[in-house]
Write a protein of this length. Structure first.
Length: 304
């Protein structure tokens, strides 16, 4: 039983570390994405690359990592819950519902994503508010101050869950297709070309795992596919989260309203998919690092 209790903890740590490594890799792009998606007035005339150059000039190199502390506090439990829940949901769906094949991955991935989002959403809210601030115009002094302000000024706990609906609706296909694509590529790869793509796991020679570069590639493809499917909902979520900070907030109260508003104002390419190219640059390495780190941590912590 002791081994099994610690299995939960080890699985939790593996997921948390995977999430943190993945996010730190792409934190500067994350900051730029939030500034651009919501048209911050200091940077709104700039593109992705010029914003990446402008932020260090205006706010120093650490400006690129602004909101990253809040991000880590959120992403550790987020990654931990997501990966751990995925393994658990997969077992339940297989045993209880008798669904296997590739579909159970899609279902378990979606459910794991939603679970992780709901558990850590207030932290995401606070991080977005902090990342949107520009030096010299600070409304929030730090994480705790932002929590207090949102709680008192924006209607208690409900204030922390603004934009939850598009997040959940977007997260289901994103996490679902992410885990689904990765798991399917992994199982097909190991079945078709075990010698070329696989090697024995470090902690259990009977278990085949993907070689690191193959892992990175599969994670990257998984990220790209998942991203394309769910991106408009990500734009919607950011708009709703920033809510009171943006001038046109009263037009973006519900998910459908926001989607319609962004589409009417900016169209598909410049509105619903604004910042998508940046998101590929951001999500592909991020997912690649996440899945690869998790697979390595699983061996390191004897989870195979």
């Amino acid at each position: 039983a002791a081994r099994r209790d610690f299995y939960w903890l080890r699985s939790f740590i593996a997921g948390g570390v995977a999430g943190c490594c993945a996010k730190t890799t792409t934190a500067p792009l994350d900051r730029v994405k939030i500034l651009l998606q919501a048209h911050n007035h200091h940077y709104k005339h700039l593109g992705v690359f010029s914003t990446l150059c402008a932020v260090p000039k205006k706010e120093g190199y650490l400006g690129l990592y602004k909101g990253n502390g809040a991000m880590m506090i959120r992403i550790f439990p987020y990654g931990a819950i997501q990966f751990m829940a995925f393994d658990q949901y997969k077992k339940v769906i297989k045993k209880q519902l008798g669904i296997s094949g590739h579909v159970h991955r899609l279902m378990a991935g979606s459910m794991a994503g939603i679970t992780a989002v709901i558990c850590t959403y207030p932290l995401d809210m606070v991080r977005v508010r902090l990342a949107f601030q520009v030096k010299g115009e600070h409304k929030y002094m730090g994480i705790i101050h932002a929590f207090k302000m949102i709680y008192t000024k924006e209607g208690g706990f409900r204030g922390f869950y603004r934009g939850l609906m598009p997040t959940v609706v977007g997260m289901a296909p994103y996490a679902g297709f992410s885990f689904f694509t990765f798991g399917t590529l992994k199982s097909i790869g190991l079945a078709q070309a075990p010698n070329l793509l696989g090697r024995p796991s470090l902690d259990n020679p009977d278990v085949l795992v993907l070689k690191t570069h193959v892992n990175l590639l599969c994670g990257g493809i998984a990220g790209a596919i998942a991203q394309t499917i769910s991106y408009p909902l990500d734009v919607t979520r950011r708009r709703m989260q920033l809510g009171a900070v943006l001038p046109d907030s009263e037009k973006c109260l519900t998910m459908v309203q926001t989607l319609k508003y962004v589409y009417q104002q900016h169209g598909v390419r410049r509105g619903l998919y604004r910042g998508l190219s940046l998101n590929y640059i951001r999500c592909i390495p991020s997912q690649a690092v996440a899945f690869t780190t998790y697979e390595l941590m699983k061996q390191f912590l004897h989870l195979n």
